[in-house]
Design a protein around this ligand. Structure first.
Ligand code: ZN
Length: 440
């Protein structure tokens, strides 16, 4: 059925791909037509998972939001263009059965991870994956814009290397952060609380703010305490998913993270008024700090030896700079400007306080439970992952009865790091082992 319907739209879609983002908004009608059609002939992936009329209604609100368009009809927020593009890609991929197996496995992984994390059981019904741009990393779209469904983009370049899919528990953490009422607020309060007793050796710094009244940048002098607080209020949005992924997948998550992090001696403070982006510091914590915070969480779970080995690997491959410089870039100024420098150790010390408080504090938004109460990667979990890694390498298809998606994601990474020359086998075997979890 879907194949018969699709050709009428495909030529138009090809055309849309080649015109500017500005014209893409006009094609909302097509997406709506697709959804009307899905209502009559559900896609496999939607069955029992989503109310199409509700999705239709939300989409209409989302795309007809007048704030999203300027007088020329152009979408003002790049993020809305991104959401539109992903939604279109998502429907095309699900419709055409391109990468059918891989998408099915991604559905299985998400459902299985949501069950195990158990932080937000309803989430699994509205999270879908698609294969996104090959040159981008994995991402979940940010929360500031209400989204009809959650879309996690897996880069096309990762389609054949399942050991990189260990990023998925991190992306799931973003979706939880976004969807659990008051969680973001509570975590921001925790940042402030964690930093209260903290004696800083960061001085006064000048930071740029966008001032709408005068339509230009205003410089504000703030003290080190406020600066560190502002940085962590942004970064907690990455720290929470990192901690959740560590609790779900153990030391293998850090193996994965170290491969994708950048270990620069600088970070960005960005602002682009022409794109209506009034920004601030890079939302990702500095790479070295992020790696060491995850290794401290791994120690907390009882994997001293793994944490030491991964810290050593970090120090062998990336020199830790004494200070991190923040550079300001904006569409108004051609060259990046040095804003301030912070001693690297201050970022680590403050981060350790914050991750400890996140792990140990019962949160109202999580029903007065702490994150550690939901899931912890036990020694039995590590043993299952290591056994499955050996099974993958020896093409042993049968799963241990205790095996879950998180074990297989960790196992694929462990297998790849020990025998990268067997990449093809690892991908194929892990994919079919994950598929075998479908009914569980
Ligand atoms: Zn992230």
């Amino acid at each position: 059925m879907s194949e018969a319907y699709l050709p009428r739209y495909l030529p138009r879609l090809r055309e849309i791909r080649s015109v500017s983002e500005a014209h893409r908004v006009g094609t909302y009608d097509e997406i709506k037509a697709w959804l009307d059609h899905i209502k009559e002939h559900p896609l496999d992936c939607f069955e029992n998972r989503i109310d199409i009329s509700e999705l239709n209604r939300e989409l209409a609100e989302f795309f007809e939001d007048i704030d999203a368009r300027g007088a020329d009809g152009k979408l003002l927020y790049p993020i809305k263009q991104r959401i539109w593009k992903d939604l279109r890609e998502f429907l095309i991929q699900r419709w055409t059965s391109v990468h059918k197996n891989e998408l099915r496995v991604l559905d299985v992984i998400i459902e299985n991870l949501c069950k195990d994390a158990n932080v937000a059981p309803m989430l699994s019904e509205s999270i879908f994956c698609l294969f996104g741009d090959a040159d981008r990393s994995f991402y979940t779209l940010p929360s500031e814009y209400s989204r009809p469904i959650h879309l996690i983009a897996v880069p096309h370049s990762s389609i054949q290397n399942i050991w990189n899919w260990l990023v998925l528990p991190h992306e799931l953490g973003h979706d939880m952060f976004i969807d659990i009422r008051q969680l973001a607020n509570e975590l921001e309060h925790l940042v402030v609380k964690a930093l209260e007793p903290y004696a800083l050796s960061v001085g006064w710094v000048n930071v740029p703010r966008w001032e709408p009244a005068i339509n230009q940048v205003r410089w504000e002098l703030i003290d080190g305490t406020q600066l560190i607080r502002e940085l962590w209020t942004e970064w907690v949005f990455e720290l929470f998913p990192d901690l959740l992924a560590t609790l779900m997948c153990g030391p293998a998550y850090l193996m994965q993270l170290q491969e994708i992090l950048r270990f620069d001696a600088f970070s960005w403070w960005t602002m682009d008024p022409t794109q209506r982006y009034f920004g601030g510091p890079d939302p990702h914590p500095v790479g070295h700090v992020r790696s060491l915070l995850v290794s401290s969480a791994i120690r907390r779970l009882g994997y001293e030896h793994h944490a030491d080995a991964l810290d050593e690997r970090l120090l062998r491959t990336a020199r830790i700079p004494a200070t991190i410089s923040w550079l300001f870039r904006t569409s108004e100024v051609e060259q990046p400007v040095l804003l301030f420098e912070v001693q690297w150790i201050e970022l680590l010390k403050s981060g350790l306080l914050i991750s400890k408080i996140i792990l140990d504090t019962p949160l109202e938004s999580l029903g007065q439970k702490k994150l550690l109460d939901f899931i912890q990667f036990s020694h039995a979990d590590q043993e299952i992952s290591e056994t499955e890694a050996r099974n993958i390498l020896s093409t042993q298809q049968k799963n241990d009865p205790r095996t879950r998606a998180r074990h297989l994601l960790a196992a694929a990474r462990i297998a790849f790091e020990s025998e990268p020359q067997k990449a093809d086998t690892i991908h194929k075997v892990a994919l079919s082992k994950l598929l075998a979890l479908e009914a569980h």
